[in-house]
Design a protein around this ligand. Structure first.
Ligand SMILES: [Mg+2]
Length: 129
């Protein structure tokens, strides 16, 4: 882990999205270590163990919704401060407003764009929120 400056956890059950994110980080965010979880339960466990600088959370997960997972993160002292970026195929303005209201630090719609992901992650990692 020595060369990495920051850590981001991506919780996502879709393999193609996970692969794409992996490549975005490798190419555009090489100093950031990307941790991966394919269920909310595993994501919450890794979040508590590794205390990442940012969590990217899929809204549609097989076990808990992204909203429930966010609530769990916000209810715990050690993970409450970590910004959480929502990622979802729901792209209506109401969906985005609901996410912001729930406490997500940002919202990215699928299919996600390389530039949007890179810029949003960079902004959140430099304390943009
Ligand atoms: Mg999903």
């Amino acid at each position: 882990m020595g060369a990495y400056k920051q850590t981001v956890l991506y919780v996502e059950d879709n393999e193609l999205n996970m692969d794409l994110m992996h490549h975005i980080f490798k190419r555009n965010l090489p100093s950031v270590l990307l941790l991966k979880a394919d269920t909310a339960e595993l994501g919450l466990q890794i979040a508590r163990q590794k205390l990442p600088d940012l969590i990217i959370l899929d809204i549609g997960l097989p076990d808990l919704s992204g909203y429930e997972a966010l609530e769990s993160l916000k209810s715990k002292e050690e993970t409450r401060h970590i910004p959480v970026l929502a990622i979802s195929a729901f792209a209506q303005r109401l969906d985005i407003e609901r996410a912001k209201g729930a406490g997500f630090a940002g919202y990215i719609t699928k299919p996600f764009q390389v530039k949007a992901v890179t810029e949003t992650v960079e902004a959140l990692l430099t304390g943009g929120s």
